[in-house]
Write a protein that binds this ligand. Structure first.
Ligand code: ARG
Length: 577
């Protein structure tokens, strides 16, 4: 068990013995390491509740606290903080235990859940924009982390493959299609048709009517229009899949909106019959008189012209998922502008008897350097394919400059890892709710909180091991001269690094608590930073055994945690760069 969890348990026991609420026993890493490695404010919180002096409460907690095997005698500081300084021997023992622990100290959750993660979900015949990029990166990382901790995750790409855009696409397909462009870049061609028809319609009410009629025909099952629709969806999927392949993402399910078409009519009728929905001016709505925030905001599920809405499909989707998977939770990774939509859908689902934990994992926007929504130079939405290609190209330029002698194919392979890693990391390192400014220079820099910086830390450690092998110090590039000699912590930089390595067991659980991969990014950045300090302060290959073996083992563990942590962000590591 991690040191922090062990201390938390011991503190809870002491609180119990002192007659204080055990749930106050929150232990955190120390803000200022001069006072110790861990701290708790339990005495201050308890004192407030009990209306007592915090230092007195602290003394009564200390009287019951049994941590001699782990720490020096805990001290009380300031207004009543209790500080813990871990014994060097306990620290050494804890990191040594990780050497034989393939999980690197990460415990599985005690009660695994079935979680459906609904993410990426772009729209057919509309370009995938930066919102979909964030959803894709964030959803993938959350999936990886939840699975790593033992949850059963089902990923579902709820693609927008049905909707009013198809009236324009079908009309465009019949009259304006460039076959060749469609084959080369289907999404771009479909978007072009959409835009062109849109522009033509503006000044031509008669055309608007014709386009609307194409949509009605599609909805009524006209064979020709259905065939066009089907081809548009298939071609778009092909291109989406290419991008997902590049990003290393595989979906378990790809049940788009159209999958639920037949369920919508019966669902609305049933909700009306059950009195959950009401007729209102010809339309069908679900009202929420008991929810003040939604009192004036009913959820519209059928328009007066008979058409269904985004929310209708989402309700049908929830019913389907409930009956097929009986999930404990459904997470929707979709931008903040859809907050109201999900509030309404979740409230309606609860009225329908759904008790599953439904969560909108919202996120902010990506901004251009001008701090406005990111657009291309010609003012269009930035689409994912172009963005990823540019990332790889820019990374290739950096790699080629740093390693001019490396064969081109190796340079390209490394550029893939760096370019895609940089884009993913720049997104994941931000608190998901904040908007951030997209900057190529920043994200591709080898300095600072970036993917290349972390990948480089990993590469540096691997090169130490390669050197050890070439100098005959170690047998293989993953081996340590004397595998059995323990890690011994003596230098302060070793202490900091060991403590940081041990935090890996906690951080993943913290990430899932409120779906924030940025905590893992920050953790990995601090790990790489502690490693660099250690590397500067403590010679590794130039020292003698057993110190050399100890330091190599510490470096090896750092590399393992970096590689595993980055993989949970969907980011790969090169062996050299
Ligand atoms: N296609 C939608 C959009 O682009 C996102 C779908 C999110 N998932 C859902 N079940 N509503 O905005």
């Amino acid at each position: 068990m991690s040191l922090l969890y062990t201390l938390t348990d011991r503190l809870a026991a002491a609180l119990g013995a002192a007659g204080i609420d055990e749930s106050l026993g929150l232990v955190t890493p120390s803000a200022d390491t001069r006072f110790g490695d861990f701290q708790t404010n339990a005495a201050m919180v308890a004192a407030k509740a009990l209306k007592k002096n915090p230092r007195e409460v602290a003394a009564s907690i200390l009287a019951h606290l049994q941590v001699e095997d782990l720490c020096e005698s805990p001290t009380v500081a300031g207004a009543g903080f209790i500080n813990f300084k871990v014994h060097e021997s306990a620290l050494s023992e804890a990191v040594n235990a990780l050497r034989n622990d393939r999980s690197l100290g990460v415990e599985m959750v005690k009660k695994p859940k079935t979680i459906i993660i609904d993410f990426s979900s772009p729209n057919v015949a509309k370009p995938m924009h930066v919102g979909h990029i964030r959803s894709t990166i964030l959803g993938d990382s959350l999936t990886r982390i939840a699975r790593h901790l033992g949850h059963q995750v089902i990923t579902d790409n709820h693609i927008g493959d049905w909707g009013t855009q198809f009236g324009k696409v079908i009309y465009g397909w019949k009259h304006l299609l460039h076959r060749e462009s469609l084959e080369q870049a289907p999404i771009a061609e479909l978007v072009r048709l959409y835009r062109e028809v849109n522009a033509l319609e503006e000044n031509d009410p008669a055309l608007k009517e014709i386009v609307r009629h194409e949509l009605v025909k599609l909805q009524q099952g006209d064979a020709e229009n259905l065939e066009i629709w089907k081809q548009a969806v298939v071609l778009s999927w092909k291109e989406f899949e290419r991008l997902y392949g590049l990003l290393g993402i595989i979906f378990d399910e790809r049940l788009g909106e159209s999958f639920y078409n037949d369920a919508l009519g019966p669902l609305v009728d049933r909700l009306l019959a059950e009195g959950i929905a009401e007729l209102s001016k010809g339309a069908v709505c679900i009202f929420f008189p008991e929810l003040p925030a939604l009192e004036e905001k009913p959820c519209l599920i059928r328009k007066s012209d008979g058409g269904f809405l985004y929310a209708t499909t989402d309700l049908a989707t929830i019913e389907y998922r409930e009956s097929r998977w009986k999930p404990d939770a459904i997470w929707y990774v979709t931008g903040s502008p859809q907050q109201l939509h999900f509030e309404q859908v979740f409230a309606a689902a609860r009225m329908m008897g759904v008790t599953t934990d439904l969560r909108h994992i919202a996120f902010g926007s990506i901004l251009g350097e001008d701090r406005k929504m990111m657009k291309t130079r010609s003012g269009e939405n930035v689409e994912l394919g172009g963005l990823l290609n540019e990332a790889i190209e820019r990374a290739l330029a950096v790699v080629a400059e740093k390693n001019p002698d490396l064969p081109r194919t190796d340079q390209e392979e490394i550029a893939h890892l760096i370019g895609l890693g940089a884009v993913k990391y720049a997104d994941l390192m931000q608190h998901r709710l904040t908007d951030y400014v997209f900057s190529w220079d920043k994200m591709l820099s080898f300095q600072g909180n970036t993917a290349p910086y972390l990948q480089n830390a990993y590469v540096r450690i691997r090169s130490i091991f390669r050197k050890a092998k070439s100098e005959g110090i170690a047998e293989g590039i993953s081996s340590i001269p004397s595998e059995s000699s323990p890690i011994v912590i003596s230098d302060p930089s070793e202490r900091t690094l060991a403590l940081q390595i041990l935090k890996f067991g906690e951080v993943l659980h913290a990430v899932l608590e409120d779906q924030r991969p940025n905590l893992l990014c920050l953790y990995l950045y601090e790990l790489a930073d502690s490693f660099h300090r250690f590397y500067e302060a403590c010679p590794i290959l130039k020292s003698e055994d057993p110190v050399r073996s100890s330091r190599m083992a510490l470096a090896g563990l750092t590399a393992d945690v970096l590689k595993t942590g980055l993989s949970l962000l969907g980011i790969g590591v090169p062996e050299r760069m």
